[in-house]
Every structure is written in structure tokens, then in C-alpha cells.
Design a protein around this ligand. Sequence first.
Ligand code: PMP
Length: 457
Amino acid sequence: MDGHALNDIQATVDADKAHVFHHLFQHAKLRTHDPRIIVEGKGMSVWDQNGREYLDSVSGGVWTVNVGYGRESIANAVRDQLIKINYFAGSVGSIPGAQFAERLTEKTPGLTRLYYVNSGTEANEKAWKMVRQIAHKHHGGKKWKILYRERDYHGSSLAALAACGQHQRADQYGPFPEGFIPVPHCLEYRAQWDVENYGERAADAIEEVILREGPDTVGALCLEPVTAGGGVIVPPKGYWERVQEICKKYDILLHIDEVVCGMGRTGEWFGYQNYGIKPDFVTCAKGVASGYAAIACMLTTDEVFEKFRTDPDDEMSYFRDISTFGGCTAGPAAALENMRIIEDEGLLANTKAMGDYMMSRLQELKEKHKVIGDVRGKGLFCGAELVADRATKEPLAEKLVQSVVASADADGVLIGATARSFKGFNNTLCFSPALIVDQPKIDRIIDAVDRGLAKLA
Ligand code: PMP
């Protein structure tokens, strides 16, 4: 780290303390602690205001910086584009916008149209607005309900919180828009049914909700391919096949929220591609430009798209929606270069190989530490659920989970833990390193966790 005089740093810390309203942060902590200010990043390392280096195993805190920090080629692509043309409202086209839409949809057979927005929340809202418009126009106002799953998360707006499967994130913000209906989660470790084919059973529970609500009232089912903040939940075998059958049977649009899994996190371009399913909507955000620009998008099929251009004289036939910054060109310019890096550096293959390695190292930790109840993961998206007692599976107390995170932090390794989410569970350590990670870095992450867990004993 260079170029930051100490007095500038203190002034920055003071300004932050006095004026920044941080995300997801209890500001009372600032009475005793300075905020951490991240000053620089390179590869998988970041440096704070004191020049201290951390190995980041959570890609910018929330699974975002898939290609790692300090990518000059992305900065250059954005710079060149901004000098040419930075913005024009999203109802007209741009060169990088057209190019990225073409390049990305090459990776998503069946999903041919891309809608530009700024955040995961917004991408999800756009899909749900389309579901509602289709309901009005094609189903006589029926098929307006949207199903979501316990433990899943889809964003921070009021509609997204209406579809939030982690009630503690939503409880204080009601009342919410109507028509968002929960279906049971599918985490086998915390099984709700004593059956062998758990995946199919958990999917059948969705059908039960559809039948209860009335199939003619249900327009869409929204699911994360691997539940992220709700505890890194990889749906069990047989789940997705049944989900697809159920959607087809009841003419329900399948919306896969790829905000976390999209752009390589699970070892495929998109999480759903691990399971051979055919969604009608896919929303993605974090990895689209790895945090080098604020860009997110919603992908959909020709079939859905055609419903919005059938009748030029009918005000209900086009999608009357805009996202002001969907017209920024920095996003798709960064996204194009981000995608080139993932391809040219073979990062999907690396994700699969390093994901397997990380899972094997986490299994070793599980053998060593009784406090680990379960380890789960897909690609470079892994979790270790901590329990006070393996037999009862009682979740480990939040402050003990946080002590492992703090211990790793003191060792110079940033790890995550699921935010207090479902029925008070806040007990899953999360790992989602950049897709460039190698074995020595994974070993360093695991060693830091090992030390943190040893202190619990
Ligand atoms: N969906 C999922 C699965 C997420 O994890 C998140 C954010 N963590 C969102 C949607 C919301 O994305 P954003 O914060 O960009 O609105």
C-alpha cells in the first residue's frame, strides 16, 4: 500500500465515522472501534487503512469479486468506454450493451433476452413485474402469486422482503406487497421429512403449496440455485428434476435467482446449469462485472419476450419499466472484459478443481472438530455449519460463530458467516474465494479456520 499519508488516513476515518451510514452494520460499534476502510486490493488480497493485508475468502464480503482485485484490463475497458460515451437512457442501445447481451446469451441456451439494471434486488423485481403483467394480460388477472423458498433471499426492497425466506431480515419492515407465498426449504441436514428420496420430497412440498393456493393463482416460482445467505444450501439429488416437472405441470414460470451463483461461482456459468433445468427468468448481479461496475441483469426467453411485443396499440403489451442507470455503458464494458478473463484464464475449470479441494479440506476439518455439523458446497461456494451438539444439531451460539470469524480476521484471513437468518440460525461459516484461488491460498484459509475452531474447544 502506498500514497496514503497517515494524517489523510485519520481524516478519512473521522469523515467515515461522522458521515457514512454503513450497510448491514450496527453503528454502536463505532463508539469503541474505528471503521475498517479498505484502501487497496490485488488478486485475493486487500489492505486496510493501517496497511494491514488480508486474504479475502469472501470476494469482497458478499461473493462478488469473482476475477479478483486490481484488474487493469477491466479498468482500461471502462475508461475507454466512458471517454467515448458514458450514458444514454436504456431505451436506446449501446455498443457494449449489445455485445455483452450477445456474449452472455451464447452461454444460456433458451434465454435470449437481457434486461439491464443495477442490483440483484432490481433484477428480481423486474422478473416479478413481468410475471404480474403476464398475469393481467394473459391470465385474466390470475396467476399473480409468486412462490419463494424458506431460507432464500432475493434482495432489500419491500417486494424482495415480501419474498424473503429469512424472516429476521424482513420482520421490521412490513406491511409488504401481497402475493408472495413461502414453500419449505430443502436442507436435508435439517430434515423436515424422514424419507430416502429427500430431494423429490422437498420438491413435492412445493406442489402441495401450489395445490393449496390454487394452481390458477400461481404465476412463478423463484429459487436460488444454491441458497447463499440462508446457509449455503445445495438442493439434494432429485430436487431440480421434480421442480421442473411441477412448473411444467401447472404452467408456472421458473425464476432462478443467480445473483450469487451467476458468472462461474459454482463452476458453470450459472448455477442452474449444474442441474439441466430450463428457467424462464434468470437474474444475476454480483459476478457480472465482479464489482468493477454496478451492473446486474435479468435474462428471459423468446416466449416471455414475445408476450411484450404483440400489439403496438395496446398499452398493456409493452414492459413499461425503466432503470435510469441501465443506460450506463461502464457496466457492460466491465462485464465484457470480466467475461473474457473468466474464459481466457480457464476460471470455470479452476473453480471446479479448487472447489473440490476446498470441500475435501473442509471435510478434514469436520473430522477434526466436532463443532462442525455439516459441510456443503458447489464449486467455490462452500459452507460449514457449526453446532453446539452434533446429536441434537443445536446451532452454535452466534457469538461463538463470530469468534471464529474474528480469530481468522486476526490471522489476516477474511471469512464470512451467514447473517442471522432463519429461525435464529446464524451458524454457517461461508467461503467464496475469487475464482483465481489456488491450493496454497485455500490451505491458508483452512488453517485460519482450524485455529479459530481450536480456540472454541
Ligand atoms: N439475491 C441473492 C441470492 C442475494 O444474495 C442478494 C444479495 N446478497 C440479492 C438477491 C440482492 O442483491 P443486491 O444486494 O444487489 O440488491
